[in-house]
Design a protein. Sequence first.
Length: 306
Amino acid sequence: MNVTALAGGVGGAKMLAGLARAIDTADLTAVVNTGDDDDIYNVHVSPDVDIVTYRLAGIGDTERGWGLAGDTFELVDSLDRLGAEAWFRLGDRDYATCLYRTMRLREGVPLSQITDEIRSRLGVTARIIPMTDHFVRTRFIAADGRTLEFQEYFVKERQEPEIAEVILHGIDEATPAPGVLDAIEAAEAVVICPSNPVVSIGPILGLRGVRDALRSHPKVVAVSPIVQGRPLRGPADKLLRAVGAASSASGVAELYSDFCNIFVVDVMDEDEVAKIASTGLRAESLDTIMDDDNGAARLAKELLAL
Ligand code: GDP
Ligand code: CA
């Protein structure tokens, strides 16, 4: 079965690791958010793309959720000792990935091609496409009026400020990376991973043509990242409220209702099934908690059997 999955970082990477066990990886394509990308320590970091790539390569730090297992932090610790702003924890080997990406970008190579080079050299056989080769940056307007860069809000300020508005800078000028729309059209099933609906899936949906391609697709299956009204980690609840949506599985279902064919909630949210079904969208409940790759593989198989 040919599957294309839309993904952010941690929730996306877990779902993709499950899909990679459930189907032939040659038939799996990941379309990954780049709205969190930034220039940090003079390199281009692409957090969600790297989380997904490392996880599929089996070298990701599954405890922390990001970075490489067993990586060291000499570089950032040394920067910190020198008095530089060093709140972004980027591991030494992780830095090499970002430095390689930066060197290739300076040679004029598009991000999608560089991502494919890194993928292949790390031994990943599933296809990984960054959502765009263009510059899209998610930013936040805090309730106190400050504009925060993505990583400033997420890492430096630990997602504490109240957010009034989410801005997808550059989204209107951006186009999907080569292969994104084709991968959606060619897939037998499209999976919307249990990723942050506002800042991981939102930017992908905002790219020209993506939403239309999903609307025309007969089998789009989404998994809720919200269980019992809360995200398993991260600030999806606050960000959902910032865009006027409810922090619940049905709140996420509403955001996806124009293109989604089957919305999957967790078994703990059985009451949400009827609520979603009453809007005309097919809803199912499954155990969506992915504690490890086996759990993720089980969920992937159940999803694809729907
Ligand atoms: P990020 O880019 O690293 O923030 O990661 P994503 O956007 O891909 O995923 C973040 C979302 O994943 C959060 O809202 C979590 O609630 C959700 N999530 C993480 N692990 C799981 C899981 O095992 N099951 C489900 N259903 N959601 C999960
Ligand atoms: Ca992310």
